[in-house]
Design a binder for this molecule. Structure first.
Ligand SMILES: [Mg+2]
Length: 221
């Protein structure tokens, strides 16, 4: 297990970790279909069915799937990402433990970064400036590295850019493969965050809140 002497950087996933998925779901599953229905004079149900099947056809292995401008252009929607996002700004929900935990880690001298699969537009819209300024770097697999998943090579590049060894980094996220198995494979101290608390905590790398990270690295905090 990592000790606080080893660790220099804490890395966090975004959707499901720092913010809930409600905004992202609202944009993709309500925003795009509703705008398309309005523009084409379709019912919301028909527009939703068309768009859902297009999402499935493009698929999450393709970089386009993640790019909001691709979809706005594809459907000829006269709408900027900002206009679309603003419609759903009330759906942005930063989890309650985030600000406190990040500030404690920062004041303990750790470097904080974001390692996300989301594109930069989604990250920037959802993370308010008061929290964003606590991070030294934001890494988007899709926007910066042209990758659709957070792979081992994604995390290797992040460590190289930050000039740290994998064992000097803690990563926390809510995806079993992309936030836990992949970073662990290269030696990052990854923790699987299950905010629902439904996963049996069969080992010490499963946590239910960010506060548990503070407890683990508590000596220095
Ligand atoms: Mg996530």
């Amino acid at each position: 297990m990592a000790t606080e002497e080893d660790v220099k950087v804490f890395s966090f996933d975004v959707d499901g970790t720092l913010v809930s998925k409600s905004f992202t779901d609202a944009v993709w599953l309500r925003g795009i279909p509703e705008a398309y229905a309005e523009q084409k004079g379709l019912s919301i149900e028909d527009a939703y069915a068309i768009i859902k099947s297009d999402y499935e056809r493009v698929g999450d292995e393709s970089i386009e799937w993640y790019r909001i401008d691709y979809w706005l252009r594809k459907y000829g929607l006269e709408l900027t990402p900002e206009e679309l996002f603003t419609r759903y700004r009330n759906e942005v929900h930063v989890y309650e433990d985030v600000e406190h935990v990040l500030k404690e880690l920062r004041s303990a001298g750790y470097d904080l970064v974001i390692s996300s699969n989301a594109t930069m537009e989604f990250i920037e819209f959802q993370i308010p400036p008061v929290i964003r300024r606590l991070f030294s770097h934001i890494f988007s697999a899709t926007s910066h590295f042209g990758e659709v998943k957070k792979s081992n090579s994604f995390y290797t590049r992040v460590c190289q850019i930050l000039n740290v060894e994998p064992h000097q980094m803690v990563h926390v996220g809510d995806h079993w493969v992309f936030d836990f198995l992949n970073p662990r494979e290269i030696g990052i101290n990854a923790y699987f965050l299950d905010r629902s608390g439904s996963t049996n905590k069969w080992h010490r790398y499963i946590i239910n809140s960010l506060e548990e990270v503070l407890k683990m690295f508590g000596d220095k905090v």
